[in-house]
Write a protein that binds this ligand. Structure first.
Ligand code: FAD
Length: 543
């Protein structure tokens, strides 16, 4: 196994207080997709924006890292809605000036191993339907009813997004309309909605086979969150050509063009508040950056529980509100390097989802009680196979990644130790988990046994260390029904000068965080100033 050396793949400009400009129009905390989108859109409108990122490289969960001659993404396995001129694709094109390219995965973008059965999802609405009908010939009515519901969910999801960006008065006026758009199934749990359509447990399991994409199995997830993911991937999965780090690399020039910068190794310690108003941030080195507009993309837990002074949080009501939300589950990642190209090793451009049975909730319950129980979900991705440029950067090699849930509590006792120095017992524990997970790969692709050249295991503590989280949250806040009902999860806070963006404002996913960046910008500058920019972004025919 190669030595754990720091990654050489770094983007952004290393923070030094002397490198800061004296007059930023806004400071953004965190350079994930939410922070970068907000910064880039504001820059386009002429603002000078300073993005502060605590990690050694920019991008948040879109960053990649290199070790031992291999390269892995950490939070981007596939993105939907970028194969045609959709709103999502147009936004990516705008932010990256057309420099971010997308490679399609195989038509079979997701494969679900459910106990000893195999089902799958095929790209394209009609193809998706026909494939389901082939797998469940007695369930045509249920499948069509489900697809009609997905169609209708577009309206409910738009209303949800709009409500987050609306000014308070407009939101109050529009309340009955917004509630009507989110009526019926869009207020119920996924399991309840789907079991009204069918009693076929395998069909429900297949429809929910992507539950890991938002972290909540069907008996716990709101149907809205389920529909958001299912719609997103309906036309297939795509991968950023050149690796996920290209997302940040292609957006940063837009921020620099109007005098802004993305600083790395730039940990914000405190959001400064005087007389009830935000006045800037204090950095870990004690330096203060004065700015009347601070946008936090570091997640609401960090923002309200760690970055703001306690008295401000209590007075503004956020202490009480935070009790209605909880962190999403933690995860294990196994990053694998192999000698041989994806083609030579027979690696597909299809994600594998492996489940012990079709009762996803029961399997998760069992696992949470007993860590030796079967993993309730194991996700396997083949990034080098998905990236047509990988071979140019790392010839003759390939990569695989495994993701599986892991409660934060299992690792909590090592939380204060430094990365790479958590001790032999920590290393042995994660090694054992990693070995268990590797067996899932060999079970599906036996030709790989003996071919693994390198692997390392990440835990929820790695998410804390590199992603700045507190409890190894895979997707920020858990996507519960209650979370979707929290109206205060919006860009504008009631602390003047403080704004929120990123996945906690809307929903998880690179696109969720990007759209949060859009509504944060719109809330900040107002619809009138935003309209001409939206015209430019969404010019041309749509799909
Ligand atoms: C394993 C995994 C797989 C995923 N797969 C996919 C996928 O295939 N497709 C998809 O669309 N989505 C996927 N996601 C989800 C997606 O990556 C995230 O939802 C999205 O990128 C979140 O963006 P964000 O900007 O809200 O947060 P983040 O990307 O987490 O950015 C927040 C940033 O804030 C920084 N920060 C925190 N505190 C401070 C501080 N005090 N000072 C300075 N900086 C700070 C952090 O370092 C971080 O860079 C995946 C996530 C994970 C973890």
């Amino acid at each position: 196994m190669a030595k754990m050396s720091p990654s050489t793949l770094r983007i952004g400009y290393r923070y030094r207080s002397g490198r800061l400009a004296p007059d930023y129009d806004a400071v953004v905390i965190g350079s994930g997709m939410g922070g970068l989108t907000t910064a880039a859109l504001l820059s386009e409108l002429g603002w000078k924006v300073c993005v502060l990122e605590q990690h050694y490289t920019a991008g948040g969960f879109t960053h990649s890292y290199e070790r031992g001659g291999y390269e892995w993404d950490v939070g981007v396995h596939y993105i939907g809605e970028v194969g045609a001129a959709t709103r999502t694709r147009k936004m990516f094109d705008f932010l990256s000036d057309g420099n971010l390219k997308w490679a399609p995965m195989d038509a079979e973008y997701d494969r679900f191993y459910v106990g000893d059965k195999v089902f799958n999802a095929i790209a394209g609405k009609q193809e998706f339907r026909d494939n389901l009908v082939r797998q469940f010939p007695d369930e045509v009515e249920a499948i069509d009813a489900y697809l009609r519901l997905l169609e209708r969910s577009g309206d409910a999801l738009s209303a949800f997004g709009m409500s987050r960006g609306m000014p308070a008065l407009l939101r109050w006026v529009a309340k009955p309309w917004l509630a009507w758009k989110r009526r019926g199934p869009f207020r119920r749990l996924t399991w309840d909605v789907l079991s009204d359509l069918t009693s076929d447990r395998d069909l429900i399991a297949t429809l929910c086979g992507q539950w890991g994409d938002m972290g909540m199995p069907p008996k716990r997830s709101p149907f809205m969150a389920h529909a958001m993911i299912a719609r997103h991937y309906l036309y297939g999965g795509y991968y950023p050509v050149g690796g996920s780090w290209r997302i940040a690399e292609t957006i940063i020039p837009k921020i620099q063009a109007s005098g802004g910068e993305v600083f790395t190794y730039a940990k914000v310690e405190t959001i400064l508040v005087e007389d009830g108003k935000v006045t800037g941030v204090e950095m870990q080195d004690g330096h203060r950056i004065e700015c009347a507009c601070v946008i936090s993309s570091a997640g609401v837990d960090n923002t309200f529980n760690h970055l703001l002074p306690d008295s401000v949080v209590a007075r503004s009501g956020y202490r009480r509100r935070m009790q209605n939300v909880q962190p999403s589950v933690g995860h294990l990642g196994v990053y694998i390097g192999l000698q041989g190209t994806a083609e030579e090793l027979g690696l597909p451009r299809t994600n594998f989802w492996i489940y012990p049975s079709n009762d996803y909730d029961a399997a998760l319950d069992r696992f949470q009680e007993d860590k030796d129980a079967a993993f309730p979900i194991v996700y396997i991705s083949f990034p080098s196979a998905k990236d047509p440029d990988y071979e140019n950067r790392h010839p003759g090699t390939s990569t695989i990644e495994i993701v599986a849930p892991a409660p934060y509590e299992w690792f909590e006792k090592w939380r204060d130790a430094t990365w790479g120095k958590r001790g032999d017992d920590y290393e042995a524990f994660k090694e054992a988990l990693g070995e268990r997970l590797l067996e899932y790969v060999y079970a599906k692709l036996p030709q790989l046994r003996g071919k693994v050249d390198y692997y390392e295991v990440s835990t929820p503590l790695s998410t804390n260390w590199f992603g700045g989280y507190q409890r190894g949250e895979l997707y920020g806040l858990a996507h519960t029904q209650e979370r979707l009902n929290q109206d205060w999860l919006r860009p504008q806070t009631n602390i003047p000068g403080l704004w929120l963006t990123g996945q906690d404002v809307l929903t998880c996913g690179v696109t969720g965080a990007m759209m949060a960046g859009l509504i944060t910008t719109m809330s900040l500058v107002g619809a009138r100033k935003m309209a001409p920019l939206l015209k430019v972004i969404y010019a041309g025919p749509g799909a």
